[in-house]
Design a protein around this ligand. Structure first.
Ligand SMILES: Cc1cc2nc3c(=O)[nH]c(=O)nc-3n(C[C@H](O)[C@H](O)[C@H](O)COP(=O)(O)OP(=O)(O)OC[C@H]3O[C@@H](n4cnc5c(N)ncnc54)[C@H](O)[C@@H]3O)c2cc1C
Length: 452
């Protein structure tokens, strides 16, 4: 569809997809009325786009994402407001050294990092032993724990460090992007949950949204950017799978912050652990595990349907404030800390969170019209790697609406691309396995069994 200047657009969701699209629309169409609806004012407390850190890297093995990420990072660095929240700490990728799929990821990743740094080869450094991996975090000091010390074979054995990438404070940045979007006279924000989409009688044509606060907002186009919550608003027919991964924060002493201030974001591909450098007196640790799902039955959101469907739907700190990451997650994180950050092995977490992903089979985003509805655009499927594209993804979404998006991107992000068996493009690889049902494993408090 082409946009008419008199149109009204409703954007559901003020995470990275929603805010970036709003900014692009507001700039290109000053006369267009843009109504953004979110459950909460950004930065949304349980939104996937809001966190202490998100990695910003350009060394994708896939050239399309690599080009887009480079363009995006250049924009972040040039932006006088957003650049303040970016920290160029570098990123290290390590693994256990076994000849399995993680070695393939390591080799492909290193090659991409070298390619991305052709002009500065000194920015990519090999970590060829357990000792080199350990010292990349601890500096020259500190005794490397041996297999005897930890009672098992070591897992952090080999890797590379790329000094070009870094992390952004994803909470402060989202607040700034929101304030920017809100400064456009043609943009209005409403904070209430969209309960359902309404269609013209007996048609599939979108008409309006009904909000929990009783309001009904009519519009010519709805952009569904509701992240992991999207499956309740439109039937995604399993092409996006919603699950959450475990995150925890540990308080650090001033001495620890100083000791580790030069570490890069360090990932162990084999164990899925992501360690972030000290930030605001804390260290964030997450695990790219198979994750956790929350199965619920909801009314089938297809316009003419009368039945119900099962989906996995976010259960978060907002809905369940006392939730604490499952025991297996905590044990796995601590078992890694025992080896790579021994002094944190038994430190209680300050807080934990399950962070929700909207995963497509290929890890390619979903930017397409809904195949069974009119005037509904889907802008989701972040697949654990979309944050870094905030400065560019909204323009691509508006290009799509205008019919000017490059064909290769139209195809990559299409609904059709997600059908059938698709290989994950490896942008944010996760450990193999099926997500566990949250209700069966969630705890209301943690930090028990600190000695594993
Ligand atoms: C643990 C973790 C680590 C990640 N690490 C990285 C990384 O290092 N680098 C990177 O680039 N990406 C990373 N990602 C991915 C990135 O964060 C996501 O792809 C991106 O934030 C998704 O944005 P979104 O707009 O789709 O979702 P969200 O930010 O969740 O936005 C959806 C919004 O819709 C709103 N909403 C939902 N339903 C309704 C409703 N019915 N009515 C009104 N509002 C509604 C929600 O409140 C929410 O604010 C990571 C993701 C996770 C979970």
């Amino acid at each position: 569809m082409t946009l008419e200047l008199t149109d009204k657009v409703v954007v559901i969701g003020a995470g990275i997809f929603g805010i970036s699209t709003t900014l692009a629309l507001a700039k290109r169409y000053p006369e267009l009325k843009i109504q953004v609806v979110d459950r909460f004012e950004p930065p949304v407390p349980d939104g996937s786009s809001v966190d202490t850190t998100r990695c910003i890297r350009v060394d994708y093995t896939n050239e399309i994402y690599s080009e887009l990420a480079s363009e995006s990072l250049a924009k972040i660095k040039k932006d006088p407001v957003i650049s303040q929240f970016f920290h160029e700490t570098g990123m290290s990728y390590t693994y256990d050294g076994k000849h399995d799929r993680w070695e393939d990821f390591y080799l492909a990743g290193k090659e991409s990092a070298e390619k991305a740094n052709q002009a500065h080869p000194e920015k990519v450094v090999s970590l060829d032993s357990t000792e080199e991996v350990f010292k990349s975090i601890h500096g020259k000091e500190g005794a490397v724990p041996s297999a005897i010390d930890i009672g098992r074979k070591t897992w952090w054995n080999k890797g590379y460090r790329n000094f070009s990438n870094g992390f952004i404070d994803a909470e402060l940045a989202m607040k700034a992007y929101y304030e920017r979007a809100n400064s456009y006279p043609n943009v209005t924000f409403t904070f209430s949950e969209v309960e359902k989409l309404n269609y013209y009688p007996t048609t599939n044509k979108f008409k309006s949204v009904s909000l929990k606060n009783g309001e009904e907002i009519a519009a010519d186009l709805a952009i569904i950017a509701a992240g992991a919550w999207s499956g309740k608003l439109v039937n995604l027919q399993n092409i996006c799978k919603m699950s959450a991964v475990e995150v925890g924060w540990l308080k650090l002493t001033p001495e620890e912050q100083e000791n580790w201030k030069d570490m890069s974001i360090t990932t162990n591909l084999s164990t899925g652990i992501n360690l972030f450098p000290p930030y605001n007196g804390e260290m964030k640790v997450l695990r790219r595990s198979p994750g956790y799902k929350n199965t619920v039955t909801v009314a089938n959101p297809d316009p003419k349907a009368n039945d119900s469907i099962e989906i996995s739907y976010p259960r978060t700190k907002v809905t369940n404030p006392s939730d604490w990451i499952p025991k297996d997650a905590e044990i796995a994180i601590r078992e890694n800390l025992k080896e790579i950050l021994p002094s944190l092995y038994q430190r209680p977490f300050d807080r934990t969170r399950l962070c929700w992903l909207t995963q497509t089979p290929s890890a390619n985003f979903l930017i397409d019209h809904h195949p069974h509805s009119e005037n509904i655009l889907l802008a989701t499927g972040g697949s654990a790697h979309a944050w870094k594209f905030v400065p560019v993804i909204g323009d691509k979404i508006v290009d799509f609406l205008e019919g000017t998006l490059e064909q290769r991107l139209v195809e990559l992000w299409s609904w059709r691309e997600k059908l059938g068996d698709k290989a994950d493009n490896g942008s944010a690889p996760r450990m193999v396995g099926e997500p566990q049902e949250i209700s069966q494993v969630i705890r209301t408090s943690g930090n028990e069994n600190l000695c594993i």
